[in-house]
Design a protein around this ligand. Structure first.
Ligand SMILES: C[S@@+](CC[C@H](N)C(=O)[O-])C[C@H]1O[C@@H](n2cnc3c(N)ncnc32)[C@H](O)[C@@H]1O
Ligand SMILES: [Zn+2]
Ligand SMILES: [Zn+2]
Ligand SMILES: [Zn+2]
Ligand SMILES: [Zn+2]
Ligand SMILES: [Zn+2]
Ligand SMILES: [Zn+2]
Length: 453
């Protein structure tokens, strides 16, 4: 799915073959020249790595014996953490009734352990003395799955969590559908005085041990699949449509490798269910989508009402996303995409954000308004300046080069224009291969660099 020569085709997933992660998605391959091959295939909605989910099936092919065997083997290997939700909820209640010093968590099995089960985990890595508070913050207790490409868990730092929750509160929301945002969910649960409700939907099944069934659903956001069937889906619908769907915000922080089209497709499904329960169908389901700034164009193509805020979303356990990399002054590349009017969202002035009356939104300290472009142009957290030759704003670090006919870095290889960020077919900026007007009649092979002189 990471490969750019694959395109997602929205279709009725319920009729697709299923893998361990629910109905698969339909994709189509492109040739390197950007032409459709016409050959479609089903692949796992959630895993890009075949080691995590080996499912693959050509759409025009009957499932082979080989594939069936592979699927069976994978299902057998994935039987761990196969606990029943009913008993698991009772388990947390019992654990909380015990004194702290005999409350244990097995770091080998990722399980909370009751005294009668100590023997089963005797050679495992054990954490003991679990306080009530730590049991309310499982994202700090569970080892992060950040090495696993499938789940890619990166957690917001405390400041970001506090900012996001207070913003949601000040906007008047009372409920958050938290998709892949366990840290927001647990912060709300921990701080009862905040008076917000949250339902967590996440693919990480380990969370089921820490929450009641009305607080957490084991869920796949790439195909809108509830692993525990109709009961879980009912829990979600009830939450979504409570109070006629009023005062609800959907918040999601997908793994950064997730495809924008696929995530948008899920958001549209959620929005349709929400809208069906409402009188005023012109209203839009309020969304906060956390994603890197460089996805802006694609997100706006899929969901045009989503606007990008300047706020830099920091993470605890990601060097790139918490501004801790030496020399990386621009900070985290993750932003909030929302359909709430940006002027209503006050970004923290103590961090240098200020209101731009011309753009009618809060902007980052380095983002100076350009009167020619009539915008605060910086997207990536670096200062920009206007170049009258290019007739647009460019990064401060660039200078106009007459030979290249555009603004370039001072030490650039003069006469060679990088194709990064350009369409692979026609070389233009502003669209990708799949939207290229020349897509169907182009056959030149892809080149990395183009000599101009
Ligand atoms: C980038 S992390 C976001 C965590 C968030 N920043 C927080 O602090 O709460 C991605 C989250 O999405 C979850 N996730 C990954 N793939 C998912 C999927 N296919 N469906 C639902 N949740 C998924 C992960 O388990 C993780 O909680
Ligand atoms: Zn799968
Ligand atoms: Zn164990
Ligand atoms: Zn401005
Ligand atoms: Zn400008
Ligand atoms: Zn220029
Ligand atoms: Zn040059």
């Amino acid at each position: 799915m990471e490969n750019q020569s694959i395109d997602f085709i929205p279709s009725v997933e319920e009729s697709h073959p299923k893998c361990l992660h629910g109905p698969t998605l339909l994709f189509e391959r492109f040739t390197v020249e950007g032409k459709r091959t016409g050959r479609k295939f089903f692949a796992c909605s959630s895993c890009r790595d075949r080691n995590d989910c080996p499912f693959f099936q050509w759409a025009d092919e009957q499932i082979t014996y080989h594939v069936q065997q592979k699927k069976k083997k994978h299902a057998e290997n994935s039987k761990n953490l196969n606990f029943s939700s009913k008993t698991i909820h009772k388990q947390l209640k019992r654990l909380l009734s015990l004194p702290c010093h005999i409350r244990r968590f097995c770091k080998t099995c990722f399980l909370l352990v009751l005294p009668e089960d100590f023997g089963e985990h005797k050679d495992h890595e054990i954490l003991e003395g679990l306080s009530d508070n730590i049991l309310k913050q499982p994202s700090y207790l569970l080892p992060s799955l950040s090495k696993n490409k499938k789940e890619a868990q990166y957690f917001f730092d405390e400041k970001t969590v506090a900012f996001v929750v207070s913003t949601v509160k000040s906007l008047g929301f009372t409920r958050i559908l938290s998709i892949g945002t366990p840290r927001i969910h647990e912060y709300i649960k921990m701080n009862k005085t905040i008076d917000l409700q949250s339902l967590l939907l996440d693919i990480d099944k380990r969370y089921v041990q820490f929450y009641k069934s009305r607080e957490f659903c084991h869920y796949n956001m790439f195909n809108h699949f509830f692993f525990d069937g109709e009961t879980a889906e009912e829990t979600y619908k009830k939450f979504l449509l409570k109070d006629d769907g009023n005062s609800l915000l959907v918040m999601l922080d997908p793994p950064f490798g997730g495809l924008v089209d696929v995530i948008s497709h899920t958001l549209k499904k959620i929005s349709n269910t929400w809208r069906n329960g409402k009188y005023d169908t012109s209203e839009e389901l309020p969304i906060f989508w956390f994603f890197p700034y460089f996805n802006e164009a694609r997100i706006q193509q899929c969901l045009p009402s989503l606007k990008m805020l300047d706020y830099k979303v920091n993470y605890d356990n990601h060097r790139l996303f918490n501004g801790s990399i030496k020399g990386r002054k621009q900070g985290s590349p993750v932003r909030i995409f929302t359909n709430i009017k940006p002027e209503k969202i006050k970004l923290p002035e103590e961090d240098g954000y200020r209101f731009c009356p011309l753009c009618k939104k809060y902007v980052a300290p380095e983002n100076e308004h350009c009167n020619v472009c009539n915008t605060c142009p910086s997207k990536d957290g670096r200062p920009y300046k206007h170049c009258s030759d290019c007739n647009r704003c460019v990064k401060n670090s660039r200078q106009h080069c007459v030979t290249c006919g555009q603004c370039m870095l001072p030490n650039h290889e003069c006469g060679v224009v990088s194709r990064a960020g350009r369409c692979h077919i026609c070389g233009a900026v502003g669209h990708k291969r799949r939207e290229c007007p020349n897509k169907d009649n182009h056959s030149a092979p892809r080149k990395k660099k183009r000599r101009l002189c």
